[in-house]
Design a protein around this ligand. Structure first.
Ligand code: SF4
Length: 474
């Protein structure tokens, strides 16, 4: 990084101490000019201030993709299928009982339930599913249905008092009708057993990036509307960012700014729900359409076009909703890929800790970078190692294969200098493993080597059930 003095950018001591808030512009400047060592130190100090310097957490949950049938065609996705494809599926109750029973057997506390956005399942299917799961597994928290799924629900559910479905996009409804129908649906699913929402489908919320990488699912406005309604109805949600593709650096911080503003709104209005966490991870290109976009050559004299367009949007020179204007302003934007490596990931995550003064938890996402970088993430602002979980299908379909079990997660946390603690969905401790714990019970670590290829194939038939893996909080 090159040398603009930090004190010319912001009062970093005040930011780290929680007395000042970073602007989007300052965060971009820090990303470009601060050393990675400084970023790590600042983010760790901020995390220690918010979480203490002793304990770092993980959760045991299971990511159950109840269907892989999806009406969206995100260019970064290798998981989706069309209805009628040979390997398209909707899980039966028997399959669900087996999967969640295994989770309960190992002390798991949460199931992360999400599709595929199936275009033909009615609301009664979901009400029945949630009610049945609540009865069968009352000890398991149902964390389900990311915002794009809710947008699909609004489009396809036929419920009293709202226009008969027929619109292929919820976005074809007037916004007040969309929000009212969304609220009616969410209330019914909450009453059936839904407890909280994952922040999947966030990617990059800024519209000019979003429409290029996932044009048929939720817009940024819709994504934020879903979370706003969830917060009004008293549910906690996570938030996410997938970066390292066509976006500029400024897009990452504009994305974070949209979430931080939404959290400010929730807090100002004393809504009973909140964003409780933020987790970011680099795009995984294997087997995805977006991964076939030519990579930008950093050795060339050409600047990355995504940065040029993002900067123009940030400075109000281009309307991100004006597709033609965006295309004209920077023709190569969206046509070049800039993948993110480990340092990019750590810098971005550290800045997310410094930026989000109103979000409790920052999660380390080692699924894409591996256990060691994930562990290092604890020294770059993360207070949580995310999910020690039994199944992940979406990221693994794009080639990611890191797997760890609970003992290994605890070992990574302890080796980083912290006491590992299992947490619940609201970040309360379930078990703090100070002098005893899953890692301390292991006599022979040679049998606990992290697997690196357990998810050779996306799976829903039980073959990888006992492999414990981490997933992005999708
Ligand atoms: S990322 Fe999710 S919403 Fe997008 S195509 Fe894949 S399954 Fe569907």
């Amino acid at each position: 990084m090159t040398g603009k003095p930090i004190h010319d950018i912001c009062d970093i001591d005040a930011v780290v101490a929680g007395r000042a808030r970073l602007t989007v512009e300052q965060a971009i400047e820090l990303y470009r000019h601060a050393s990675i060592h400084d970023l790590g130190e600042w983010a760790t100090t901020a995390a220690d201030r918010m979480h203490g310097n002793k304990v770092r957490t993980y959760v045991i949950d299971r990511n159950v993709n109840y269907t892989n049938v999806c009406s969206a065609k995100c260019t970064f996705c290798a998981f989706r299928r069309d209805d009628g494809d040979d390997d398209a599926y909707v899980l039966s109750k028997n399959e669900l009982r087996t999967k969640i029973g295994e989770l309960a057997d190992i002390g798991g506390t949460q199931v992360l339930l999400q599709g595929g956005m199936h275009p033909d399942l009615p609301i009664a299917f979901y009400e029945d599913l949630l009610g049945w799961l609540s009865d069968e597994f009352p000890q398991v928290h149902l964390h389900a249905f990311s915002p794009p799924e809710f947008v699909e629900f609004v489009a396809v559910f036929d419920i009293d008092g709202f226009p008969t479905p027929g619109a292929t996009r919820a976005g074809e409804l007037p916004r007040d009708v969309f929000v009212a129908k969304l609220e009616a649906i969410m209330k019914r699913l909450r009453d059936a057993g839904l407890k909280s929402l994952p922040g999947g489908g966030g990617e990059i919320l800024v519209e000019h990036v979003r429409r290029r990488i996932g044009s048929t699912k939720a817009t940024g406005t819709e994504w934020l509307d879903v979370m706003r309604v969830a917060h009004q109805l008293g549910m906690f949600t996570s938030s996410t960012m997938m970066f390292g593709h066509i976006e500029g650096v400024a897009d990452r911080f504009m994305h974070m700014g949209m979430i931080r503003d939404a959290q400010d709104e929730a807090m100002k209005n004393l809504w009973p729900g909140r964003y409780v966490s933020f987790i970011s991870w680099p795009f995984q290109p294997d087997h995805t359409p977006l991964g076939r976009v030519p990579q930008w050559d950093p050795e060339s004299n050409e600047p990355f076009a995504g940065d040029a367009l993002a900067d123009a949007v940030l400075h109000g020179e281009v309307d991100p909703f004006d597709k033609a204007a965006c295309g004209l302003a920077h023709k190569q934007a969206g046509k070049q890929l800039r993948l993110a490596g480990a340092t990019d990931y750590l810098r971005t995550q550290a800045l997310s800790r410094l930026f989000f003064d109103n979000i409790h938890s920052i999660g380390a996402s080692w699924v894409t970078m591996g256990p060691k970088i994930g562990q290092l993430g604890l020294k770059f602002g993360a207070n949580d190692m995310g999910s020690v979980m039994m199944e992940e299908n979406v990221v693994s379909a794009a080639g990611t294969t890191y797997c760890l079990n609970e003992a290994e997660i605890c070992r990574l946390i302890r080796a980083a200098g912290y006491t590992p603690a299992q947490r619940d969905n609201t970040y309360d401790f379930i078990a703090v493993h100070e002098t005893t714990g899953p890692d301390l019970d292991v006599a022979d670590w040679s049998a606990h080597r992290p697997a690196s290829s357990a998810f050779a194939e996306p799976d829903h038939d039980g073959k990888v059930e006992l492999t414990i893996s981490e997933s992005v909080e999708y």
